[in-house]
Each structure stands twice: as C-alpha cells, then as structure tokens.
Design a protein around this ligand. Sequence first.
Ligand SMILES: Nc1ncnc2c1ncn2[C@@H]1O[C@H](COP(=O)(O)OP(=O)(O)O)[C@@H](O)[C@H]1O
Ligand SMILES: [Mg+2]
Length: 138
Amino acid sequence: MYEKILVPIDGSEYSIRALCEAINVAKLTGGAITLIHVTPTGSSVVVSSKQHFYDMLHDTGRTVLSDRLKLAKEEGVKTGTLLVQGDPVDQIVKTAKQGNFGLIVMGARGVSKLAGLIVGSVSQGVIKNAPCPVLITR
Ligand SMILES: Nc1ncnc2c1ncn2[C@@H]1O[C@H](COP(=O)(O)OP(=O)(O)O)[C@@H](O)[C@H]1O
Ligand SMILES: [Mg+2]
C-alpha cells in the first residue's frame, strides 16, 4: 500500500509540507517518493536530472527542498525527481496513471496565493482527475 508516492512540488511552503507528510507515509509503508515539478510550457519533455529540477523551482522552496531530501535519504526513503513541461494538472495526472502511483501528496495552496480559495486550481484539478487517493496538506 502506498509504495509509489507522487509529490507535486512548486517550491511553495505548502508543497514542502506535502513532502514532509509524504516522507512520513513512505517511512510507514517502505514506499518510494517521486517529486514532480511541471513548468508551464508547450510540449511535454521529461527531464530527470536533479539539478534541472532545482533550477526550475520557485526560490522559496529550493534550499528547503534539498535539505528535506537529504533527510529523507538519511532515513532510508527512496526519492527521485521528474521535471516535466506542460499543463500542471494534465502532467501530474498523466504521470500518476502511467507510473501506477498509489498516492499523491500535495499542498492545498501554492505560490500564487489567490485570496478566497480553499484549494488552488492545480490541487482542484488533480483531486478531480487523479487515478488514486490524494492527500492534501495545509
Ligand atoms: N507547476 C507545478 N508543478 C508541480 N506541482 C504543482 C505545480 N503547481 C502547483 N503544484 C502543487 O499544487 C499545490 C497547490 O498549488 P495551486 O493549486 O497552484 O495553488 P495556488 O493557486 O495557491 O498556487 C502545490 O502546493 C503543489 O503541491
Ligand atoms: Mg499555483
């Protein structure tokens, strides 16, 4: 159960908290974590280099993220990264389906901080279309 966990990261503090929860779940299940960041551009090209992944992230998240990942590694949690281009909702849902992920862990909100919404549009779209359970952190 929850052996493959997908964690969409936009660099926001919300997404870092999602990673922390994902690490907790992975420790309980012996699962592996895959971080995915989607850059909003045309065609979907997949790059899995860690450096590229960090480069594309919003400033807030960058250093915190690598600290957390180091911690996860020390605690024996397997982690990988995916950098994908395209529409965030489409790409996250597609990756979850094609990769047979059993759980998605993501933030309620992200970097855009539009007032008045309980969950952002990316979270909403993923909740609506995901092939697996979605854990939303706040
Ligand atoms: N481009 C993206 N790539 C990967 N994950 C994302 C991306 N944008 C948002 N997310 C995920 O969705 C969560 C909610 O963000 P979002 O729905 O965009 O809210 P907001 O409108 O506040 O930015 C984030 O915490 C993150 O987990
Ligand atoms: Mg956003």
